[in-house]
Write a protein that binds this ligand. Structure first.
Ligand code: HEM
Length: 436
């Protein structure tokens, strides 16, 4: 591409985005969108090249869908690399393509049907764990609870009976370290990677015993490349399993946390959620897949909650070759930030963006949405692989619990955002729970 003086660059000279000051970064980006528009350039403090910030749905679509081959994962990927090895979230090119082809079919309807009872059991277990506190009138730490229940679910979805055996044998759950620490630094990565041995042991044992419980570990171990018929190399199987723990736990926990927080502030919407649940869900028995699919309004509530609080609050990409979009030059190597948190607040696509309004996602309204204006699971070939599973898990969780418990916000509680890898509240959120 021509030298930078002749390039057609977006506005935004001399703006520094300091990702080391995360608390301030969202507010700063929000201000910059206001003064520079939906596409602007900026710099990181220690970097000479431009970073483009994209809040324009058309351009987001260009990067993530139409010309996705020209973009690899960007800022922050090295950090995740240490954590997840060569797993599907971080891999690129042919390796990614092959892994995606093997992994995607695992997340179909069969898995959702198989996992439904587990989703309900996790919600019931959580309810039981709250019983003493609810009876004593003690507020529930909803942030911590959602983290525990989401981890409980994904670990059982992955390891089923083997996890129960390890807990019975050792008296503890070795994977609990994942919820101990929200920092995703090198220290955490080292501790997390030690779980490799544990997963490897489980895999060897299953092979030796020719025992294949119906869970995701068995599925990953038995997944084969359609063309060659080969299974994944064992090391890669472990990376994919560790990937699913991280990808499937924090995101879901975050959405549930924010959804209960929103419902506690919107009595009218809470009532509609309750009414739908009472209509379609048995109170204590196991629901069917049909029951689960009828939770249309609850799914809208979750969609709206993810619009306001997308767990993956920024998607990052880097241009491989020079590119050009809508009059803007994108030199090779340019880092791109696409923050769903801000795209979801673009008033041209989301009128009155701060308002919590699940009707935005009614079947009629969804048809009018721009594909690039709503990105909680990203879009395009690298879209989230576990989206349907997450939605079903969260819808069943909400519908099961809302029949039993009513939550209210504690007075004087300040809730601030902490945009780490996932969008979290800076301090845990507590809600006052009462039985219905
Ligand atoms: C509400 C919950 C979830 C949200 C909001 C979410 C969000 C996302 C997003 C935004 C991406 C794309 C990241 C990027 O392109 O840079 C992604 C990718 C991915 N997610 Fe999720 N996710 C959720 C739940 C899950 C679950 C439950 C699983 C599996 C157990 C999962 C597995 C994955 C995997 C494997 C990828 C990588 C796909 C690829 O690169 O081909 N996610 N997720």
């Amino acid at each position: 591409m021509s030298d930078s003086t002749t390039l057609s660059l977006p506005p935004g000279e001399d703006i520094i985005i300091d990702y080391h000051q995360l608390e301030a970064v969202l507010a700063k980006l929000e201000g910059l969108v206001e003064s520079n528009g939906n596409v602007f350039k900026a710099k990181f403090p220690d970097q000479d090249s431009w970073v483009y910030n994209i809040c324009d749905p058309e351009m987001a679509k260009h990067i993530l869908v139409s010309n996705y081959k020209n973009y690899k994962k960007g800022v922050g990927i090295k950090q995740i690399n240490v954590l997840l090895g060569r797993g599907i979230i971080v891999s690129e090119g042919d390796l990614w393509k092959r892994q995606r082809k093997m992994m995607q079919p695992l997340f179909g309807n069969k898995l959702l049907t198989q996992q439904l009872p587990l989703m309900i059991r996790c919600a019931d277990k959580l309810l039981a764990s709250w019983d003493d506190d609810i009876k004593a009138g003690k507020p529930i730490n909803i942030t911590e609870s959602m983290s525990q229940t989401a981890l409980d679910f994904i670990l059982h979805a992955l390891f089923s009976e083997d996890l129960d055996r390890i807990i019975a044998e050792t008296g503890e759950n070795p994977f609990l370290m994942v919820t101990d620490d929200s920092a995703r630094d090198l220290l955490f990565a080292r501790r997390f990677r030690q779980l490799t041995h544990l997963v490897n042991d489980m895999m060897q044992r299953r092979r030796a015993e020719n025992r294949w419980p119906e869970d995701l570990l068995s599925m990953v171990m038995r997944a084969t490349d359609k063309r060659s018929g080969d299974a994944m190399p064992e090391k890669l199987q472990i990376d994919e399993i560790l990937t699913l723990i991280i990808a499937g736990h924090e995101t879901t926990a975050s959405v549930l946390n924010w959804t209960w927080y929103l419902l506690a502030q919107h009595a009218d919407i809470e009532q509609q959620v309750l009414a739908e649940s009472l209509q379609h869900m048995p109170a204590d028995d196991m629901p069917s897949m049909e029951n689960s699919e009828q939770l249309q309004f609850i799914r809208q509530v979750l969609d709206e909650s993810m619009r306001l609080y997308p767990p993956v609050w920024v998607l990052t990409r880097q241009a491989i070759e020079d590119d050009h979009f809508n009059g803007i030059d994108i030199p090779a190597g340019t880092d791109m930030l696409i923050p769903p948190y801000l795209v979801h607040r673009n008033p041209a696509y989301w009128p009155d963006p701060e308002k919590f309004d699940p009707q935005r996602f009614s079947p009629e309204n969804i048809k009018k949405q721009h594909i690039g204006a709503y990105l909680p699971f990203a879009i395009g070939p690298r879209r989230c692989i576990g989206d349907s599973m997450a939605i079903q898990e969260m819808a069943l969780h909400i519908s099961r619990i809302i029949q039993k418990v009513h939550f209210e916000l504690l007075p004087d509680q300040t809730v601030e955002l902490e945009p780490l890898v996932n969008l979290r509240p800076k301090q845990d959120i507590f809600l006052q729970a009462t039985y219905r």
